[in-house]
Design a protein around this ligand. Structure first.
Ligand SMILES: [Zn+2]
Length: 209
């Protein structure tokens, strides 16, 4: 089992490689070691990311086969099946780091902002189920002065949405809560900047264990 903080450091290093446009030989070598993963896996981190095509998780962290247990959904929202996926990885593979990875200019967050400020009412029930998960967080921000600055509002909304998903994972599951309390599981929030390629781990990384 790879401890949460060690996994976090590996992700940080991998992202530094991505930003500087270098690749780890070890990452590339996992392709040749494909057969070793047939009978099992020990992913070092679970990443709940957005489906956005510009944020492919393994690429932005320069990781290979068997390294990451990735869950992607528009807006990196948390719904029961997504909590279940995180529980599955934590229990089955002993993965101890969970990362909620949002990104700048997230379309799902933008759509939620639009729905709240200039509603079109045209979204399907299925699409609304995503917007509805993001809505409470954005509504709180709309009650502040940020509503007068659309760009700042958008930036804050992306981060607030990451924080909300991370909080939901920390407290919306007895399984995960137990693992956090007694077993070294850590849930952190991060934002990928489309502009620079850098990932900023900004939530849940400060407090000591
Ligand atoms: Zn997105």
């Amino acid at each position: 089992m790879i401890p949460a903080l060690e996994a976090l450091e590996r992700l940080r290093e991998g992202n530094r490689r991505f930003v500087s446009n270098t690749r780890s030989l070890e990452t590339l070598a996992t392709r040749a070691r494909r057969h070793e993963f047939v009978d099992g896996q020990e992913p070092m981190a679970v990443v709940l990311g957005c489906s956005d095509s510009r944020v492919p998780v393994e690429i932005v962290f320069d990781q290979g086969l068997g390294d990451l247990f990735v869950i992607r959904v528009a807006g990196n929202i948390v719904a029961p099946s997504l909590v279940g996926s995180v529980e599955f990885a934590a229990l089955r593979f002993g993965t101890r780091l969970v990362v909620v990875l949002g990104h700048t200019r997230c379309g799902a967050v933008g759509a939620t902002l639009q729905e709240l400020t200039r509603p079109t009412g045209g979204a399907s029930r299925n699409l609304s189920s995503i917007v509805d998960r993001i809505r409470p967080t954005v509504e709180e921000l709309l009650a502040t002065d940020l509503r007068r600055d659309p760009e700042a509002l958008y930036r804050h909304a992306v981060r607030a949405n990451v924080r909300a998903s991370a909080e939901h994972l920390r407290h919306g599951s007895e399984v995960l809560e137990g693992l956090i309390r007694t077993d070294g599981l850590r849930v952190v929030g991060a934002e990928y900047a489309l502009e620079t390629g850098a990932v900023d781990f900004f939530d849940g990384v400060e407090e000591s264990r």
